[in-house]
Design a protein around this ligand. Structure first.
Ligand code: ASP
Length: 474
């Protein structure tokens, strides 16, 4: 009899084989074969997980809330959850800001280029209403740079038509609220079926689920018992679906990795080249993300939860992390995050069902960390010095932006536009970091889901709802 290989190992093997395959395939020019015949399986995988995510969130929130012993527990748990999510997010942004201020990745760009960038920024400020020079310095007035002025204007004109930036600017514009209270208005669905049928409306589904659950607590038990039985049963069915799909995860992850790399439409050598240009930035973002994954979250677990060993945590939670990495979507990963947290870490059903769906939508530590680094990096490479106050604005907007980001690939990039605008910088700068964004997205999604898992374990611990089994064999 062969020994059973644990799932997380199989997934790693799938992931590595996917990368090796794509290196070979792009060398032999098989990219279109990969895109036509292998990548669709990755898409199928994401679809499977996503169609499960919405009903799973709905049923699990209702069953989580309706099975609470008393409504006051809901209020307490809700406050704790939001508080913990907020603290971890602000912490993540601060880590990002600290690293970017210490390492100053923007200063690795050649001086001459930075001056050109700066002139371009000044021309943009002049052309744009409502913004002013952030640091009051005026390079354009210096006669020795006069030659750069015309080039800057032409380049700005050319960039104005950049499709990549344009489409994202429109998306960011849609996200901007019309009134300060718009984000609260957006919580409330006007048609629950429309909210359910649109993956981006997760917060509305959560709102409906909590309301439905509370009303169930208020009604007599006999009236709600049949409804609860159906909802609990349906919840189990969806969780079982996740379990079945996960058996095929190693293959799907292989397909996803092969597809992602093939679609980059570059040879691995070219990808490396792109990375080199943005190396200092990518390394700073990666360093911050790795600190969150390997230091901050394990430290919270070791010192505050105190039951789960360092390696043990990764062993039990890594299937969700690998999935987050290969799908770049916390929403698609949510069903698996819930399964790992509940079955492997021993967080009660009540806490899992309530804390994780909210986390997948509002808690994005990786995204907010990256936004902080990106804004300051872009400012540095344009010779713009951001003051402490301006950096505080970044903390605030990056936190809000990460809450508002949809849990799907590259959502953070769109929100970055909002953060750049909030400090009065040119949102078109996203084009600069765009080439490496897809890869960094994979890492920040891992941070996003790990943050959710850590907070839910912590909440479970403080609520006496953590039954971690050290003997459990994964
Ligand atoms: N892809 C991320 C997520 O789903 C969001 C982002 O940072 O773009 O968690």
């Amino acid at each position: 009899m062969t020994k059973k290989i644990p799932l997380h190992w199989k997934i790693i093997i799938g992931l590595i084989l996917g990368i090796i395959y794509s290196l070979i395939s792009s060398n032999f020019g098989w990219n279109s074969f990969t895109i036509n015949w292998i990548d669709p399986f990755g898409t199928i995988f994401i679809r499977l997980l996503k169609f499960i995510a919405i009903p799973l969130v709905l049923f699990s929130i209702i069953s989580g809330v309706a099975s609470l012993p008393d409504p006051s527990k809901l209020g307490r748990m809700g406050a704790k959850t939001l508080g913990a999510y907020l603290i971890t997010t602000v912490f993540a942004v601060s880590v990002g800001l600290l690293l970017v201020n210490v390492f100053k990745p923007g200063e690795y760009v050649a001086e001459e280029q930075r001056i050109k960038n700066r002139i371009k920024y000044e021309v943009w400020v002049k052309q744009t209403t409502g913004v002013e020079l952030l640091d009051g310095v005026n390079y354009s007035a210096d006669p020795q740079y006069a030659g750069y002025l015309d080039d800057a204007a032409t380049e700005l004109d050319r960039e104005a038509g950049n499709q990549t930036v344009e489409s994202r600017m429109e998306a960011a514009q849609d996200l901007k609220s019309t009134t300060p209270l718009q984000f609260i208005v957006d919580f409330v669905p006007d048609n629950i079926f429309a909210a359910l049928s649109d993956g981006g409306k997760m917060l509305q589904v959560i709102f409906f689920g909590i309301f439905f659950g509370i009303v169930m607590i208020l009604l007599p038990r006999e009236t709600t018992q049949p409804v609860l039985a159906v909802i609990n049963g349906a919840n189990e069915v969806f969780l079982k679906m996740v379990e079945l799909i996960m058996n095929a995860a190693p293959f799907f992850v292989f397909a996803l990795m092969a597809g992602v790399i093939a679609k980059m439409a570059n040879t691995p050598g070219e990808v490396l080249e792109i990375f080199k240009g943005l190396l200092s930035y990518s390394v700073t973002v990666l360093l911050g993300l790795l600190i969150m994954i390997f230091v901050v979250y394990p430290a919270i677990l070791l010192f505050m939860v105190r039951k789960i060993g360092y390696l043990e945590f990764f062993k039990r939670f890594s299937p969700a992390q690998f999935l987050a990495f290969s799908t770049s979507s916390s929403a698609a990963t949510l069903p698996v995050t819930m399964e790992c947290v509940r079955d492997n870490l021993g967080v009660s059903k009540n806490v899992t069902n309530f804390v994780l769906p909210i986390g997948a939508t509002v808690n994005m530590d990786g995204t907010s960390l990256y936004q902080a680094v990106a804004v300051v990096f872009l400012a540095q490479m344009h010779l713009v010095d951001l003051t402490f106050d301006q950096q505080l604005t970044i903390v605030l907007t990056a936190t809000l932006a990460s809450i508002g980001s949809a849990a799907v690939p590259s959502a953070g990039l769109v929100m970055l536009i909002v953060v750049l605008q909030s400090v009065g910088l040119n949102p078109a700068w996203i084009a600069i970091i765009f080439p490496v964004d897809r890869i960094l997205d994979m890492f920040r999604t891992v941070v996003n889901v790990t943050g959710d898992a850590t907070v839910s374990t912590l909440i479970a611990q403080t609520e006496g709802e953590l039954s971690y089994d050290p003997e459990l064999k994964i």
